[in-house]
Ligand binder design. Structure first.
Ligand SMILES: [Fe+2]
Ligand SMILES: [Fe+2]
Length: 475
């Protein structure tokens, strides 16, 4: 069943009405979710009419409907990709056996942990972004922020459904806790580090949606291979929504670069002070923001060597990115993979069992994917006739997790001492002055079709609407 039932309190395509106990439990969680949205969702936005897309089916053709809605009235619901008949497990020691339609007892704790960890990131990013609406560079951008926010809310629903449906009482407790942890909260923080960082300005927002939502893409892709079929089906649909979030990040940075290059060419200068004085973001600041978001995000993949990663793969809980497209035995016993460490002040590679290195495998796939967009950003600079280029830093740079967390490594991959790090850090990571400068550019541009001076307009609007369409009606 791919059509979504919108006649019920909770839109769904999982025949919720047939399971009254589950339906009641979710209807009990729903007002708590709405309370959380009121308190922690986009600041000051609750009465605005926002031009949002809502899922109407999970079919790839025409799954979305667009229209102005007040966000608290958005129809959050439960949408799974259709079941594949006779689905088999695609990797690990259970390769070729029937996929699981219920949770096997021996994997219950691990699966719950995986679902809770993924679920926790969804409301976390809404919390991180909750003040951005007050300083949006345009209506178009404001609408995109809100679209991402409601979809992250829906991703939370996706995970909460699994917790309620398959994990009984523990699942219900975990679903409550997802609304009680808060990003950056000293006493009750979100589970993963990057989701407790601030997203203080729109440059950070675009970097976050480019880099950190892409972590989401890779985690969801790995879970879309899971032997636990309901998890695979729900994450597959989440991926279609995730694609838009990364588009907002990539096109956002591209437009910032575009505007900066225009000003650099007009003024015929690459002096950061002159560029800043003209009200656009200088290339150095862009590079430092990129370094920060990239390094914080690659930590999300976890330790380079991990026995948990081996267990998750062996038992079929979490596959690799594009597992089914890979041309190997999908068991990986006896295979090795190279991971980086520091020895005698140098970075050295060593071979470790591949099963233990699957976090690193996923991180490396992520790195390849994220470089693609950075190259497209460089094309914008090249087209403007300027020599500057943005680069992703070395993967050992600014790491806080895994074997590289003990080393100080420069963006170009040189191991440096504490003193050199301290002296150069301000060239490599955003400084307080950088952040204050970017903050000084932020200010709400509310008129349709108008854009803040630090960002170029997009080449086209949303859903074939004009760029100056009224994407948000302020109430
Ligand atoms: Fe998400
Ligand atoms: Fe996302």
């Amino acid at each position: 069943m791919s059509t979504i039932d919108y006649a019920t309190k909770i839109p769904n395509n999982v025949n919720l009405a047939e399971d009254k106990t589950l339906q009641r439990a979710l209807e009990h969680w729903q007002p708590e979710f709405l309370n959380w949205w009121q308190d922690m969702g986009p600041d000051g936005s609750h009465d605005h009419d926002v031009y949002l897309r809502t899922a109407t089916s999970v079919d790839s053709a025409g799954w979305a409907q667009f229209g102005h809605v007040k966000m608290p009235e958005y129809r959050w619901g439960i949408f799974l990709n259709p079941a594949v008949a006779d689905k088999k497990i695609g990797f690990g020691e259970n390769l070729g056996r029937d996929a699981w339609q219920e949770v096997p007892g021996e994997h219950r704790a691990n699966l719950r942990r995986i679902i809770v960890t993924q679920g926790d990131t969804e409301p976390a990013s809404v919390e991180q972004q909750r003040h951005l609406g007050l300083t949006a560079p345009s209506q178009y951008d404001l609408r995109n922020l809100f679209q991402i926010n409601v979809e992250e809310g829906r991703h939370l629903w996706a995970m909460v459904y699994l917790l309620h449906r398959y994990f009984g009482r523990d699942g219900r407790e975990e679903a409550e806790a997802l609304l009680h942890r808060n990003s950056g909260d000293q006493d009750n923080p979100r589970i993963l580090g990057a989701f407790n960082e601030k997203t203080p300005d729109w440059l950070a927002f675009y970097m976050f949606t480019y880099f950190t939502d892409r972590d989401g893409k890779f985690q969801l892709s790995a879970l879309a291979e899971s032997a636990f079929d309901p998890l695979a089906r729900t994450t597959k649909f989440m991926l279609t929504e995730e694609a838009h979030h990364m588009f907002v990040g990539e096109s956002g940075i591209s437009r910032v670069i575009n505007r900066t290059c225009q000003v650099m060419n007009e003024l015929k200068t690459d002096d950061p002070m002159k560029i800043r004085a003209a009200g656009v973001v200088d290339m150095g600041t862009l590079q430092r923001y990129l370094n920060f978001h990239y390094s914080v995000t690659i930590d999300l993949f976890g330790a380079d060597e991990s026995s948990n990663a081996a267990i998750f793969y062996n038992s079929g809980l979490k596959g690799r990115y594009e597992e089914t497209k890979r041309d190997d035995d999908h068991r990986l016993q006896g295979q090795t993979y190279k991971v980086l460490g520091v020895q005698d002040g140098r970075l050295v590679e060593r071979e470790v069992p591949m099963l233990n290195a699957l976090n690193e495998v996923l991180r490396d796939d992520y790195i390849k994917d994220s470089i693609g967009g950075v190259n497209r950003w460089n094309k914008v600079i090249e087209k403007a006739g300027l020599p500057h280029r943005l680069v992703v830093p070395h993967k050992a740079f600014n790491r806080k997790i895994g074997a590289l967390s003990n080393a100080k490594v420069s963006p170009d991959g040189q191991v440096v001492g504490e003193a050199e790090w301290a002296a150069r850090e301000r060239d490599w990571l955003p400084t307080a002055e950088d952040r204050a400068f970017v903050a000084s550019l932020m200010g709400c541009v509310a008129e349709p079709g108008k854009f803040a001076g630090w960002i170029a307009p997009p080449p086209m609007g949303i859903n074939k609407q004009a760029v100056d369409f009224e994407y948000v009606r302020f109430n």
